[in-house]
Design a protein around this ligand. Sequence first.
Ligand code: NI
Length: 313
Amino acid sequence: MTFPHIDASRQDSLTSDQVEFFKDNGLLVIRNLIAPAELALLQSETRTLVDRAVAGDEDPDFAYKEHELTGTRVPFRVEYPVDKLPSCKVLAGHPFVLRSVEMLQGRNFIPTWDSMVFKNAGAGTGIPWHRDSGDGCGASKRDRPIFNVDIYLDASDRSNCVWGIPGSNRWAQERADETIARLNSGGFSTEGATPIEMQPGDCLFHNILALHGSAPAQSHLRRVIYYEYRPGETEREFGPHTLGYIPEKQRVLAACLRHRAAAPYARGERPFVYRPDADFTAPTLAAGEWPATYRYPHGQFWRPPAATIAATA
Ligand code: NI
């Protein structure tokens, strides 16, 4: 499996061929998305979250699990980095990312999940094979895929990289379930899968239905920021959030675009302009006005009955 070579320092949006490749395969690698000055700031700010997690912070946004090889409790995930860190607000306004999301999902997209997933040095927990969501309701369609943008702040190699199965985003749920069970039985098998090795500043788009996972590791720290996006039409029809979630997240997006416009290291780039259709008109943010929070807990916005397509990246 060979990915098209996409270098974000040489193109400022995807080509139509690259868009089609992602719709078919559910995985897309973008090199050099984050320039050195922005990367350095993201690395130093996220370091504070890693340090808190390693110290065992019991904030509910910090998640832990048992390491498969050592049996120790290790941190692996922190929710809502956009609320926690200025650099993650600026990153959420990244024009290459947002132009790509618009090309793939249409102009009414909204940001949904944001989290940081990491493997700490010497104690990287595995992530068994999975889909981020079941396909029961058909919300993630080929021509309007729901996907995550995974931004790497550290390198990943064969010891700790994510593995994926290109094209598995189009599989029936039964085939996905069988394959997941087979590859997870007796450890993490990479049979038939593609390793996705990354450099700091690289980015992976992954369809929420593409099978992916990673083996437990004891190598170096590797942090990944996850931003999930959904077409507004899909969110309105299927949820999982209430309708009131859409304008709140549009306001967050507007504020993040404003943060990016003010960031010295983003000067000189062609900014993204969010222009939803009339029936998705975004709430305005007055001059000098900022959202009171960038943290909209999913649990407070579930649409009853309990949603079936909640993703966890
Ligand atoms: Ni996942």
